[in-house]
Ligand binder design. Structure first.
Ligand code: SF4
Ligand code: SF3
Length: 533
C-alpha cells in the first residue's frame, strides 16, 4: 500500500468502502492522507515512549497529542506543511522522553513509530475495533482541545489517550481485549464532554433560549464557522465598535445563546446552512469567512481569497491566523468587501427566516417540572433526539421528513449541524415549549444525556424505558465518540444513518445489534411506525 492512500473514517467514504485513489471524497489528497497516517504512527510511537516514562510527561506532551489527533479529523487540515511540522515536533518530544533510543546501536524497536498500513491490512474485526478506538479518540481530542483552550484539562483523559494510542499499535490483541477499550472511549468521551460543558458554561454562562435571525444586515460583516467559542469571543472583541457585524455559520450557531457572547450587539445572526452547502453559499459572499474547526471544504477559486483559518484548521495558500490571534487581516477584508448594500433576507432549508437555539441542560431542566407534568398529563407523549452531523448525501432529507411527520404531542431535541435540515420549521409548541429544541453543538450531547438521565430519575426508570427515541446522523469522528458514549451508557435501539460506518465489520455490527439493537434508518414512515407502535 506504499504511496497509496487508505481512509475510511467518515460517512462519505467512496463507495461506502474506503477512499483509496488520488484523493478522498472530502478533497483530501493522497499525499496528505499518507502524511496523516505518518502523524498517527508517530503518535503511537510517542505513546510507546511514554510507557514507563509517565513521570516525564509535561502539559506540552498532552497538548501535542490532542492537537495532532484533532488535525486528522475529516475536513480539518489539508496542509502538508502543518502535518509535517507536527510529525517533527513529535519526533523531538520522543527524543526528550527516550533520548537513548536515538543513539542506540542495536535498536529494539520498542519505541518505533507505527506503520499504519499494518492496521489497514489487519484482520477485519481487529481493524474495525481499532478504528473505533482511533476515530473515537480523534473526536475526544477535538473536545479536549476546546476545553484546553479555555484552561480546562483532565489527566484521566490525557492518560487514556496514551493508552488508546499504545493499544492501536499492539499486534497481539483479540476482539475480547479490544471491546472494553472501545467502550472506554465512550466513557472517557462522556468525561470530556462534561469537562467542555463546564469550561463553556463557566466561561460564557449558561445558554439561554434565543431566537437567531437569518437576515444579513447591510454593511461589512464577517462569518465565523466551526466549534471554537473562544475564537468567536476574540473576534467579537476585536470587531467591537468597528461597524462590522458578525454572523455565525454551521456549528457556531449555538454561540448566540451564551450570555458572554450574546452581549455583543454586533453578533447579529446566522449565515447559511450546514457545512456541505458552503461552496455554493460562499460563492459570492461579500465578506470574509473564518474557520475555527471542521468542516472546511476545499475553497473554490471564486471565494478562496475570502477564507481564513485558525487553530488546527489549515489549507494550502489560505491565510492562517496563528496563536497571536490578530484578526486584522479578516477585519480589513470585511471592510474592503463592504458586505451587502441592502439587508439580505436569507432563508433556512425550509424557507424559515429565523431559528431558535440555547436549550442546554440548564434551560431545559429549569422547566423540568413543567416537562414532567406534561408527560404525566399526556400532553407530551414522546421525545425524539434527532441529531448529529449533516452531510451531502441525498438520503439525508430523511431527517427533515422524519421531523415533519412526528406527532404533534412529541418534542424534538436536536444538536450538531444535522439540525439545519429542520431547525427553521415551525411545528408549533406544547405547554409553552417549542416542539423543536436545539440543545447546541455536537459536544452538547452531554446536555442531552443529562436531560435524559434527569427525566429517568423523575420517573424512577432507566433511560431506555423513557418515551425517548434517538435518531442519529453521523459524518465525522466526533459522532463516533458520541455514539460510543451512548453505548457505554447502555442506551439501546438507536437508529443510525444515513448509512452505517464502512469501518464496522459484519461481526462487530452483529455484536452491536445483538447487544444494543442499533439499526440503520429506513423510511420516516416505517421508523415512526416502529417507534410509536
Ligand atoms: Fe474519504 Fe472521509 Fe477519509 Fe476524506 S475523511 S478521505 S472522504 S473517508
Ligand atoms: Fe457537523 Fe462537520 Fe459533525 Fe459538530 S460541523 S457536527 S459534521
Amino acid at each position: 500500500m506504499e504511496n497509496q492512500m487508505f481512509c475510511f473514517q467518515c460517512e462519505q467514504t467512496i463507495g461506502c468502502r474506503a477512499c483509496t485513489g488520488n484523493a478522498g471524497a472530502c478533497g483530501k489528497k493522497a499525499d496528505t492522507a499518507i502524511l496523516q497516517d505518518k502523524l498517527t504512527g508517530a503518535l503511537i510511537g510517542l505513546a510507546r515512549s511514554i510507557e514507563g516514562n509517565e513521570d516525564l510527561v509535561i502539559p506540552e506532551t498532552n497538548k501535542l497529542i490532542i492537537e495532532s489527533l484533532f488535525t486528522t479529523i475529516t475536513n480539518v487540515n489539508f496542509d502538508n506543511n502543518k502535518i509535517s511540522y507536527l510529525i517533527e515536533k513529535i519526533k523531538l518530544e520522543k527524543e526528550r522522553l527516550v533520548p537513548l533510543c536515538f543513539c542506540c546501536s542495536s535498536a529494539c524497536g520498542r519505541n518505533d513509530d507505527y506503520d499504519m498500513n499494518n492496521l489497514w491490512i489487519a484482520d477485519e474485526d481487529i481493524r474495525s475495533l481499532k478504528s473505533l478506538i482511533l476515530f473515537g479518540i480523534r473526536g475526544v481530542a477535538a473536545y479536549a482541545y476546546h476545553a484546553l483552550i479555555l484552561g480546562y484539562e483532565d489527566n484521566q483523559i490525557n492518560t487514556f489517550l496514551h493508552k488508546a494510542l499504545f493499544t492501536i499499535g499492539m499486534e497481539s490483541l483479540t476482539i475480547e481485549d479490544l471491546l472494553p477499550i472501545v467502550m472506554q472511549v465512550g466513557e472517557i468521551n462522556l468525561k470530556c464532554m462534561e469537562l467542555l460543558d463546564k469550561a463553556n458554561t463557566e466561561t460564557f454562562g449558561n445558554p439561554i433560549p434565543t431566537e437567531v435571525s437569518l437576515t444579513i444586515e447591510k454593511g461589512p460583516f464577517i462569518v465565523i464557522s466551526g466549534h471554537d467559542l473562544y475564537d468567536l469571543k476574540l473576534l467579537l472583541e476585536q470587531t467591537n465598535g468597528k461597524g462590522i457585524n458578525v454572523y455565525t455559520h454551521g456549528e457556531m450557531l449555538p454561540a448566540h445563546a451564551y450570555p458572554e457572547l450574546k452581549k455583543y450587539k454586533h453578533l447579529k445572526g446566522n449565515f447559511g446552512t450546514a457545512w456541505q452547502n458552503q461552496q455554493k453559499e460562499f460563492m459570492d459572499i461579500p465578506a470574509p469567512v473564518l474557520f475555527t474547526t471542521n468542516c472546511l471544504m476545499p475553497p473554490k477559486a471564486s471565494y478562496s481569497d475570502r477564507v481564513f483559518t485558525t487553530e488546527v484548521v489549515s489549507y494550502p495558500e489560505i491565510t492562517h491566523i496563528d496563536d497571536n490571534k490578530d484578526f486584522s487581516s479578516v477585519i480589513n477584508k470585511a471592510l474592503e468587501l463592504g458586505g451587502y448594500k441592502e439587508d439580505r433576507e436569507l432563508k433556512g432549508v425550509n424557507d424559515g427566516n429565523s431559528v431558535m437555539t440555547g436549550f442546554g441542560h440548564n434551560a431545559v431542566l429549569s422547566v423540568a417540572d413543567t416537562v414532567v407534568n406534561a408527560i404525566k398529563s399526556g400532553d407530551i407523549k414522546h421525545f425524539f433526539l434527532v441529531g448529529g452531523c449533516d452531510g451531502a448525501k441525498s438520503g439525508r432529507n430523511y431527517y427533515t421528513e422524519f421531523v415533519k411527520q412526528t406527532p404533534k404531542d412529541s418534542i424534538i431535541l436536536t444538536l450538531a449541524c444535522g439540525k439545519y435540515r429542520f431547525n427553521d420549521l415551525n411545528i408549533g409548541m406544547i405547554g409553552g415549549l417549542p416542539r423543536i429544541m436545539d440543545i447546541g453543538q455536537c459536544n452538547d450531547a452531554y446536555s442531552a444525556i443529562k436531560i435524559a438521565i434527569t427525566l429517568a430519575q423523575a420517573f424512577d426508570c432507566e433511560v431506555n424505558d423513557l418515551p425517548l427515541s434517538m435518531v442519529l446522523s453521523w459524518y465525522e469522528q466526533k459522532a463516533v465518540c458520541i455514539l460510543l458514549t451512548l453505548l457505554y451508557l447502555g442506551i439501546k435501539n438507536i437508529l443510525l444513518g444515513p448509512s452505517l460506518p464502512a469501518f464496522i465489520s459484519p461481526n462487530i455490527l452483529k455484536y452491536l445489534v445483538d447487544n444494543y439493537n442499533i439499526k440503520p434508518i429506513t423510511t420516516p414512515e416505517e421508523d415512526l411506525k416502529n417507534i410509536l407502535g
